[in-house]
Design a protein around this ligand. Structure first.
Ligand SMILES: *[C@@H]1O[C@H](CO)[C@@H](O)[C@H](O)[C@H]1NC(C)=O
Ligand SMILES: *[C@@H]1O[C@H](CO)[C@@H](O)[C@H](O)[C@H]1NC(C)=O
Ligand SMILES: *[C@@H]1O[C@H](CO)[C@@H](O)[C@H](O)[C@H]1NC(C)=O
Ligand SMILES: *[C@@H]1O[C@H](CO)[C@@H](O)[C@H](O)[C@H]1NC(C)=O
Ligand SMILES: *[C@@H]1O[C@H](CO)[C@@H](O)[C@H](O)[C@H]1NC(C)=O
Ligand SMILES: *[C@@H]1O[C@H](CO)[C@@H](O)[C@H](O)[C@H]1NC(C)=O
Ligand SMILES: *[C@@H]1O[C@H](CO)[C@@H](O)[C@H](O)[C@H]1NC(C)=O
Ligand SMILES: *[C@@H]1O[C@H](CO)[C@@H](O)[C@H](O)[C@H]1NC(C)=O
Ligand SMILES: *[C@@H]1O[C@H](CO)[C@@H](O)[C@H](O)[C@H]1NC(C)=O
Ligand SMILES: *[C@@H]1O[C@H](CO)[C@@H](O)[C@H](O)[C@H]1NC(C)=O
Ligand SMILES: [Cu+2]
Length: 616
């Protein structure tokens, strides 16, 4: 059919406009990952994992809709790696989620792997290694995605990305064996040596009077949550974990490991003084307080660089803004009653080897021989049977578009920041501490917020509970785990296998991801044990260590061990430092005591121990 000539300019004009709108950029990062040296707290230079010869690693930036390519070249020489882009949904690209032994094999030293995904989200994220407890060695940095539709943009004069972090002087490969150690039965986590602000200390931020600054803050730490405040200024929260919110005014916020918060700061109209910015590590997480620990990091809003940088004033009580009260800007309503409810009790206890572990119900996670995604892709119709993923992957199979509710009851006296990959969840219940288990019989849909707060990492209070809901609208294999790296290493991880049959129809595993498995000699087909003939035969699948023998209650043994060690050493408490400094004779006595028990456990079970393959 002929088109009248006069229509052509309009038509091509429209086509051009459409093409411009639809055209998104491709942002490419070439990351050579290698060891470098750094001394961010000025107290101890150490080897750290850097990128392109630099530490801190670069901040990643993109615009919503962009394609992001990250070419990773592992030049570490002696460690494998992988990169996870925290909070990015990886919708249709779960192969790019970066969780080692879950969605990919490790990138072995000397090999390369490409991450290729689009970002249909905006706001504040970060990236980090996802395996082997590696990221606290330095391979973590913010990832910011800008959005022309950010609702408060016209109020903003200038933007800053700002990270907070804890910092250790020792490498993870030395800390982990001292932590997952039978001399540490209570699981006292290593206490960091310092707090960092933007990977340094004494940060100065130049500001002008009468302006509005937008800060995008990320806690890229391994363990410590941080209280953050700006003296003399309130923070107006506008985003958490990539969810724009209605404005909420806060004097102090709390950011757990992995959480993000963007807030506006309006400066004063005069330049008569400079003001401290304080980030204070949550010491309630620490089992011991080393004498020389300064758990605060201080920076300054500098109005006038000729004027002094004041010491921060002492704050008597740390009262943070309650993020549960936030209202998402898009007003997404409460999801309906769930199609599937998963209940997790968080338990910290020993297994028969006398080492401290963490459990969802009765399972401490163990990574499997075949990355769980590759089992989902190759298990045919059996992919809907959670058994094929191995009991210790703690897998739940979700059907496409189900409403899923996760109830988490904390049976531990510590805080735990829980993170779900691939989704935001609605936070519909969060108790105060010591509230006990969630009482489902008492729960009603009408008692929940009509427009719940959403984020991807939420703090569960000590001995409290929380209830989360999400829609299974993102086929993939997604971890749900505590973001305290120590607890991850202890097995506080479960796996959501979402719409696996859908995945089999739509997903393609890139050649270089298969090559990574070949280089690592890791099987990439079959059930969790690598069995491709009989998918329901899980023999050989990785398991957690066997439990303590019958007749011993773990708590009792902890108490017993406590009293023996206390008697031997005259210590009132077992502490990380106490254990590290323990004399050889008492250590031998301690080991005999526990080894006797674990031999009993070993005799009663032929299960193998796989603590080395922990932490997906
Ligand atoms: C920051 O300032 C304090 C106090 O002057 C000092 O002790 C510390 O070493 C400084 N930190 C760095 C990384 O320079
Ligand atoms: C790897 O090399 C770095 C840098 O030389 C070193 O600090 C680290 O201890 C080594 N790690 C292992 C696992 O050998
Ligand atoms: C990234 O993936 C897209 C979609 O599959 C593909 O078209 C593109 O070529 C890939 N880019 C690179 C650099 O591999
Ligand atoms: C923190 O460091 C990053 C990277 O160097 C920089 O872009 C950012 O502006 C810094 N933030 C502040 C508040 O200075
Ligand atoms: C910050 O907010 C608190 C409580 O809303 C208020 O009392 C205080 O005056 C505010 N401070 C500033 C500097 O605006
Ligand atoms: C600064 O001055 C403007 C204009 O006079 C006023 O609206 C604003 O409230 C003042 N800000 C502060 C923090 O006093
Ligand atoms: C850190 O800041 C808090 C709150 O002001 C204060 O109570 C504490 O003494 C500070 N810690 C150190 C080591 O200065
Ligand atoms: C965990 O509990 C479930 C349900 O009682 C049981 O079927 C399973 O065997 C237990 N697993 C372990 C490792 O104890
Ligand atoms: C049960 O409901 C009552 C009445 O609404 C409320 O006071 C109570 O706190 C609820 N208990 C729990 C465990 O949620
Ligand atoms: C993933 O994409 C599908 C199709 O566009 C959409 O319906 C779904 O909401 C998305 N899910 C997430 C978590 O982004
Ligand atoms: Cu935890």
């Amino acid at each position: 059919m002929a088109i009248s000539l006069s229509y052509f300019p309009i038509l091509s004009g429209l086509l051009l406009a459409f093409a411009l709108l639809a055209e998104a950029a491709t942002v490419t990062y070439d990351f050579k990952i290698s060891w470098v040296r750094a001394n961010p707290d000025g107290l101890s230079e150490r080897p750290v994992i850097g990128i392109n010869g630099q530490w801190p690693p670069p901040i990643m930036r993109a615009t919503i809709g962009d394609r992001v390519i990250v070419n990773v070249d592992n030049q570490l020489g002696n460690q494998s790696t992988s990169l996870h882009f925290h909070g990015i949904f990886q919708n249709g690209s779960v192969t790019m989620d970066g969780a080692r032994q879950v969605t990919q094999c490790s990138i072995t030293p000397g090999s390369q792997l490409k991450y290729n995904f689009t970002v249909e989200q905006s706001g504040t994220y970060w990236y980090h290694s996802h395996g082997q407890g590696q990221y606290p060695d330095g391979i973590r940095a913010p990832f910011f995605i800008s959005d022309p539709k950010f609702p408060y943009q016209e109020e903003v004069d200038e933007e800053f990305i700002l990270s907070v972090s804890d910092w250790y002087h020792e490498e993870m490969q030395d800390l982990i064996p001292k932590f997952l150690y039978k001399g540490n039965p209570t699981g006292a986590e290593p206490v960091p040596q310092s707090a960092l602000m933007n990977d340094t200390q004494n940060l100065t931020v130049s500001v002008q009077p009468g302006k509005t600054y937008l800060f995008h803050m990320v806690n890229i730490g391994a363990f410590a949550g941080q209280y953050v405040w700006f003296e003399g200024h309130n923070m107006t929260i506008v985003e958490v974990d990539g969810v724009f919110t209605d404005k909420a005014e806060a004097e102090m916020i709390y950011l757990s490991a992995a959480q993000r918060c963007s807030f506006l700061i309006t400066t004063k109209n005069d330049t008569t003084a400079n003001y401290a910015i304080v980030a204070s590590m949550d010491t309630s997480l620490f089992d011991v307080m080393p004498d020389d620990l300064n758990w605060n990091s201080t920076g300054w809003l500098v109005y006038d660089k000729e004027k002094p940088l004041p010491d921060p004033a002492e704050v008597d009580e740390l009262i943070e803004f309650d993020d549960f009260t936030l209202v998402p800007f898009d007003k997404q309503p409460l999801f309906p009653e769930p199609d599937q409810t998963i209940t997790f009790d968080v338990i910290m206890d020993m297994l028969g080897d006398g080492k401290p572990y963490a459990f969802f119900n009765n399972i401490s996670y163990a990574a499997q021989k075949v990355p769980t995604l590759y089992t989902a892709m190759t298990a045919g119709k059996d992919a809907v049977n959670p058994l094929v993923y191995g009991e210790y992957s703690h897998s739940f199979v979700l059907e496409k578009d189900q409403i899923v509710e996760i109830v988490v009851n904390n049976h531990d006296s510590g805080k735990h920041p829980f993170h779900l990959h691939g989704h935001h969840f609605q936070s519909i219940v969060r108790s105060d501490e010591e509230a006990g288990d969630f009482d489902a019989t008492n729960a009603t849909q009408t008692g929940y917020p009509a427009i719940p707060m959403r984020r991807d990492t939420i703090v569960l209070h000590p001995n409290g509970n929380t209830v989360l809901r999400f829609k299974a609208d993102n086929p993939g294999v997604w971890l749900f785990h505590c973001h305290i790296e120590w607890h991850m290493d202890q097995g506080l991880v479960a796996t959501m296998v979402e719409a696996p049959l859908e995945l089999q129809k739509t997903l393609i595993i890139p050649d270089d991801h298969i090559a990574a498995c070949k280089a690592e000699k890791v099987p990439f087909a079959g059930n969790a044990a690598g069995n491709t003939d009989d998918l329901l035969d899980l023999s050989g699948a990785n398991e957690a260590h066997a439990p303590l023998p019958d007749g011993f209650t773990p708590r009792g043994i902890v108490a017993l061990t406590f009293s023996i060690v206390a008697a031997l050493l005259g210590l009132a408490v077992i502490s990380w430092y106490g254990m590290a400094d323990m004399g050889a004779a008492s250590r031998a006595a301690e080991e005999r005591r526990i080894t006797g028990m674990s031999q009993g456990a070993a005799a009663s079970s032929s299960r193998q121990s796989v603590e080395q393959s922990k932490a997906g």
